[in-house]
Design a protein around this ligand. Structure first.
Ligand SMILES: C[S@@+](CC[C@H](N)C(=O)[O-])C[C@H]1O[C@@H](n2cnc3c(N)ncnc32)[C@H](O)[C@@H]1O
Length: 370
């Protein structure tokens, strides 16, 4: 049987495109091309499943259903009718359409969504009201009168690995934490310390990377509800992933002054299955043992109010820079924070290597060889 190929797209937060491309290439996936906000690639069901199972930095994986020029609603309805909805949506499945529009005659995103939904239901049949299954997400994007329609294969966003039971006041997304560790080329056989760990995201993601645990191993995906779902193929990929796991060796340590978030971090690590290879301690910045002469020390300190331009926090950032230079001499140091007075307060040696987005705020990844 001829293998069917799809146009696929791994959506990422801005700034994570290049690490996602590296991840796809490492999975042996071909025809990868970075774009703003993600990476496009080609593949069949196997590549689609593998991307969902393994990508640590992507937010979701889409299948492009079709792209066409369109300038009015009747045309949108007609052209959407011709798309292969039945390949991805079982009769009776509920659908949710999210639309965006830029530089196009069709601007009313609510009406765009309704029109596409009407076409899709016309093709696959109306939603079964008594079904309590998840709604299939459809994304519609208009740009310069070109309409692109995609089906989401992931379901819940991929940062929802399923392990985070408890969160601190400003948790970071797992996809961002893993993306940063990959951007810094952290060697999984070397120590990792987060001195302001909050709910422990960097340390738990580091442990999962260290043991080569596939981030999507234990969760459900939207593609499992598609008509051509192949559970046998999914099981094979899961088994391969389980057998490729390896023990974690280096110290992975999270510290925070707040004992409540330290407890949350411990719970998260336990539920992720990495409780026995991570250590979380309640400690003020600068306190606690430093395990070896080199490693990665990384944190995401509080930014304060007013979108990270709160100068009352500069004392903390000055102290952080000093602690990094004196306590972690010989290590690679990194701090994720807004570019400006706070990053300047870190002092000499720090360069902003990448711009990223954390919780909707633009932040820089500041790195120093200590
Ligand atoms: C933005 S949160 C970190 C969030 C974390 N990356 C996560 O994913 O949950 C900043 C953390 O720094 C901690 N913190 C602030 N000042 C500190 C200090 N002087 N010593 C240790 N921890 C501190 C706070 O308690 C808070 O949990």
């Amino acid at each position: 049987m001829k293998k069917q190929n799809f146009d696929l797209f791994a959506v990422t937060a801005l700034g994570l495109e290049s690490v996602c491309l590296r991840e796809l290439t490492a999975l042996g996936i071909k025809d990868v091309a970075p774009c703003k906000g993600g990476v496009s690639f080609q593949g069949g069901l196997e590549e689609l499943y593998r991307a969902n199972l393994w990508l640590r930095s992507a937010t979701r994986v889409l299948v492009r259903l079709g792209t066409f020029g369109c300038k009015d609603f009747p045309e949108l309805y007609r052209k959407a009718l011709r798309l292969p909805w039945g390949r991805f949506i079982k009769p009776g499945t509920g659908m949710q359409v999210k639309a965006t529009s830029r530089g196009s005659r069709l601007m009313h995103t609510g009406r765009i969504a309704e029109t596409v939904l009407e076409s899709a239901y016309r093709v696959v049949g109306a939603a079964d009201e008594s079904s309590d299954g998840p709604a299939q997400l459809i994304l519609v994007r208009f740009e310069d009168n070109q309409c692109q329609i995609s089906v989401d294969s992931s379901g819940a966003l991929l940062h929802r690995r399923g392990y985070r039971q408890k969160i601190g006041p400003a948790p970071m997304r797992e996809t961002l934490a893993a993306g940063i560790l990959m951007m810094l080329d952290w060697d999984v056989s070397t120590p990792l310390v987060d001195p302001m760990c909050g709910s422990g995201t960097f340390i738990v993601e580091g442990a999962l990377m260290g043991m080569r645990r596939a981030p999507g191993l234990a969760r459900e995906f939207a593609f499992m509800h598609w008509p051509r779902y192949r559970p046998g193929l999914w099981q094979v990929l899961q088994t391969q992933a389980r057998t490729s796991e390896q023990p974690v060796t280096p110290p992975l340590i999270g510290r925070d002054r707040d004992s409540v978030v330290v407890e949350a971090a411990c719970c998260n690590a336990t539920s992720a299955g990495v409780g026995d290879v991570t250590l979380f301690e309640s400690a003020e910045l600068g306190r606690g043992d430093v395990p070896t002469q080199s490693g990665l020390v990384l944190c995401n300190p509080p930014y304060g109010g007013r979108l990270g331009r709160d100068e009352s926090m500069t004392g903390l950032y000055r102290q952080l820079g000093e602690v990094y230079r004196s306590v972690y001499c010989g290590w690679l140091g990194a701090v994720l924070c807004p570019v400006g007075p706070l990053s300047k307060a870190l002092g000499e040696g720090f360069d902003c290597l990448h711009l990223l987005s954390n919780g909707g705020l633009e932040v820089g990844l500041h790195v120093a060889r200590l």
